[in-house]
Design a protein. Structure first.
Length: 260
């Protein structure tokens, strides 16, 4: 008897999962991505019961350079914090990418300034983030700062196939405007985050993105996979301030362009 009950339970679980997958639409997956990162007013109007204010994750990065058919790999830890300054406004994003492999490197921003620290060169490249966004607003490094505006900035459709082996959802995005850095972007969306949104109208307990793949107009491709994701850890603002080590030279992007 218990064996029959177990079989029925397994069959019901499979049927329920299949029914949910069939009922999930493209809009559900897009809203699962965008809603946790919108302004407070949009979150509080019943769009969702909670939001994501910060997250940390380990990441693995693989880049394929098309011109020389070469693959580069790296890994490290990434941290983001989203500051809701004005009701209804897309949050200001602060971030810190810390590469451990293949060589130490840090990309840090407090939301106004961005620092790219290269310990081997004893240099840090310091940029005004507003200028970076104007010149490279679609830069894959800063892509995560605009999660609340994905459908405004990109045309979004199902990828083919639209689910991976684990049942996570696959989206394909193309910039609405001309982009020198992004030809196509693919996002792997956590199936559990989608289920929470569809069934309970809840976001924020799970970071919805498991991986991204960016392909530029020249055929170069970069994939970033996120692991051990932690959300709403109350990361201090001070964590996103770069403290220049002694003996490290500050370089401006204009200096690099002039060959200094």
């Amino acid at each position: 008897m218990w064996k029959k009950a177990l079989v029925l339970l397994l069959l019901f679980g499979w049927w329920a999962a299949a029914a949910l997958a069939a009922s999930v639409g493209l809009g559900d997956v897009i809203r699962t991505l965008e809603t946790p990162f919108k302004g407070d007013a949009q979150v509080q109007r019943g769009t969702a019961k909670s939001g994501i204010y910060d997250f940390q994750a380990d990441f693995f990065q693989e880049s394929h350079i098309a011109s020389i058919d070469r693959v580069q790999r790296g890994r490290g830890e990434v941290s983001f914090k989203f500051l809701r300054r004005t009701t209804g406004e897309v949050p200001l994003a602060m971030f810190r990418w810390e590469y451990r492999d293949p060589s130490p490197q840090e990309i840090v921003s407090d939301g106004e300034t961005m620092w790219v620290y290269l310990p081997e060169n004893r240099q840090v490249i310091q940029s005004d983030l507003r200028e970076v966004n104007q010149q490279q607003g679609d830069n894959p490094v800063t892509f995560l700062t605009g999660l609340g505006n994905l459908s405004r900035d990109f045309q979004i459709r199902w990828a083919s196939p639209n689910r991976d082996r684990e049942g996570n959802y696959l989206l394909e995005l193309q910039p609405r405007g001309v982009s020198q850095l992004i030809h196509r972007l693919q996002i792997v969306v956590d199936r559990d985050a989608v289920r929470e949104y569809v069934e309970n109208n809840t976001t924020g307990d799970l970071f919805p993105i498991l991986a991204t793949t960016v392909e530029d107009p020249n055929g170069n491709r970069t994939t970033i996979e996120f692991h051990d994701l932690r959300v709403n850890r109350n990361i201090s603002d001070r964590f996103f301030n770069f403290i220049r080590p002694a003996g490290v030279e500050v370089v401006r992007p204009s200096d690099l362009q002039m060959g200094y």
